[in-house]
Design a protein around this ligand. Structure first.
Ligand code: S3P
Length: 171
C-alpha cells in the first residue's frame, strides 16, 4: 500500500512519515527532496527563478512519474494536493492521510522556518498565524478529501497504523 502524507507545511508529514515508514518497514520518499535532486537547486531558488506556476507543473509531473515502491510512505509538499488532479491521482494510487493541526500550532512550528518556504514569504508572529489561517481555510477543502484525517492527539505512528488497520487500508 502506498500511503501519501498530506497537509499544511509544518504539520509533520516528513517527520511522522519517516517514523511510520520505520515502524512498517517501508521505504520513505519525500517528494520535495526528489524535486530538489532533479532540479539541482532548492525549491526556494526554483520559486525565485521560475515562479509558482512552473513549480506546480513540475511538482505534479514528478509526483506522477517517480517510481514509488508498492509498499511505501510518501510525503508530499503542502500545496501538492490542491493543484491539478494530484489529490485524485493519490487517492487512486494509494491512501491519503491528512495531518490536521490548528493555525496556531502550525505557526509555532513554522516560526523559525519561514525563510526556507517561499509561500510563507518570511512572515513572523501574528502575521504568520493570520496568513496560515487564511491559506488553511482555502486548502482544507482539498486536504479534507483525504481518506484518513488525523488530528493532533492521534499523530503518533502507532495510532496512525491502528487507524489505517481499522479502516482496512493496511493488512
Ligand atoms: C509548499 C510546501 C512545501 C514545498 C513548497 C510549497 C506549499 O513543502 O513543496 O515550498 O505550497 O505548501 P512542505 O509542506 O514539505 O513544507
Amino acid at each position: 500500500m502506498k500511503i501519501f502524507m498530506i497537509g499544511f507545511m509544518g504539520c509533520g508529514k516528513s517527520t511522522l512519515g519517516k517514523k511510520l515508514a520505520l515502524k512498517l518497514g517501508y521505504p520513505f520518499i519525500d517528494i520535495d527532496k526528489v524535486i530538489e535532486s532533479r532540479i539541482n537547486m532548492s525549491i526556494r531558488e526554483y520559486f525565485e527563478k521560475n515562479g509558482e506556476n512552473s513549480f506546480r507543473e513540475l511538482e505534479s509531473s514528478i509526483l506522477k512519474t517517480t517510481q514509488l515502491p508498492e509498499n511505501s510512505i510518501i510525503a508530499t509538499g503542502g500545496g501538492a494536493p490542491c493543484f491539478f488532479d494530484n489529490l485524485e491521482w493519490m487517492n487512486e494510487n494509494g491512501t491519503t492521510v491528512y495531518l490536521s493541526l490548528s493555525p496556531k500550532a502550525l505557526a509555532k512550528r513554522l516560526e523559525s522556518a519561514t525563510d526556507q518556504r517561499p509561500v510563507l514569504q518570511n512572515l513572523k508572529g501574528e502575521k504568520l498565524e493570520l496568513f496560515i489561517a487564511d491559506k488553511l481555510l482555502e486548502r482544507e477543502k482539498c486536504y479534507k478529501q483525504a481518506e484518513l484525517i488525523v488530528k493532533g492527539v492521534d499523530q503518533t505512528p502507532e495510532r496512525i497504523i491502528e487507524l489505517l488497520r481499522t479502516e482496512d487500508h493496511l493488512k
